[in-house]
Ligand binder design. Structure first.
Ligand code: SF4
Ligand code: SF4
Length: 176
């Protein structure tokens, strides 16, 4: 058996209050320094300032459109079938366009149930649903408003190239 001798420190370290005060002094020093100069803090002033998201980030869904503005979706239900969260609800209706046959009369996604896995995008045979909106901040006041409808999904535009941020480093890495 090895006996590890306890390092008997100085008396002032045995009286914890002094060490605690020293530690608090360091903390309070940083607090005041950061109150007047935020530039060295590895944080951003969200929501006034946004960090940006990496390319390929799966944000809020959107439905793509044909040239005439109609949804590309042909109500095949592939996305709803692939969805592990069962949060896509589609009602198909017949269209007079024989090349398409069906369109979604209703196309809702419950974002509170969605796990943003992207399976719906992968399953779609006609590229009718995408998650490239760049929208990652989704807040609302009640559960009903998290169910996005067909018209809302059609109105969402893709994230512009110019606003696409590729800085995906952890905030702390900048300061190393
Ligand atoms: S991202 Fe995943 S969970 Fe969300 S709707 Fe698509 S398949 Fe369902
Ligand atoms: S979004 Fe794509 S997979 Fe889903 S029903 Fe429409 S066409 Fe089918």
């Amino acid at each position: 058996m090895i006996k590890v001798s306890r390092d008997v420190s100085e008396l002032k370290e045995d009286i914890y209050i002094i060490e605690i005060m020293k530690g608090l002094g360091v903390t309070i020093g940083h607090m005041f320094k950061n109150m007047f100069d935020l530039s060295k803090l590895p944080v951003i002033d969200y929501p006034n300032q946004e960090k940006g998201i990496p390319e390929g980030y799966r944000g809020k869904h959107r439905l793509t459109q044909r040239e005439n503005g109609d949804p590309k979706c042909v109500a095949c239900m592939m996305c709803a079938t692939a969805c592990p969260a069962d949060c896509i609800h589609i009602e198909a209706a017949e269209t007079s366009n024989n090349a398409i046959e069906k369109y979604p009369n209703r196309f809702d996604i419950d974002l509170l149930e969605c796990v943003f896995c992207g399976m719906c995008v992968e399953a779609c045979p006609v590229d009718a649903i995408r998650m490239d909106s760049g929208i990652y901040s989704m807040v609302d006041f009640n559960r009903r408003d998290f169910v996005v409808t067909k018209n809302e999904l059609l109105a969402i535009k893709p994230q512009l190239e110019s606003t696409k941020a590729l800085d995906i480093r952890h905030p702390m890495q900048k300061y190393k």
